[in-house]
Structure formats: C-alpha cells, structure tokens
Design a protein. Sequence first.
Length: 65
Amino acid sequence: MAIFEAARATIAFERLAGADDVVKVSVVGVGMRSHAGVAASAFRALAQRGINIRAITTSEIKFSC
C-alpha cells in the first residue's frame, strides 16, 4: 500500500483500503463449457465452510471469486 500512497497525486484516489484476510480463488478449464454446475458446486462448498464471497468474475472457461 505504500507504493500507492507514494503515487497518490499521480493516481488521484481519495481513499485506499486493504485487507489481509482476502484471497482470490480461480477455476480454469476449457471443459467448463460442457460441464454445467462447476461454479455452483464450488460456491456451495465455500458457503458450507462459512466463506463469504465478496466478488465474482466469469468467462466462458473460468470463474474467480
């Protein structure tokens, strides 16, 4: 975060917030096109463990959360 603070005038942001308890999980595979429910199974497994998903991105062959 120190790098962003040093570039604050150039980047022109108002506030910077960070967290050290957040991770990104990505599942990638061309087979996801033909196998419905892969993302649903992953989200269900995360939910069963009490893991809060803060954001989701998707494409034809991957999802990240």
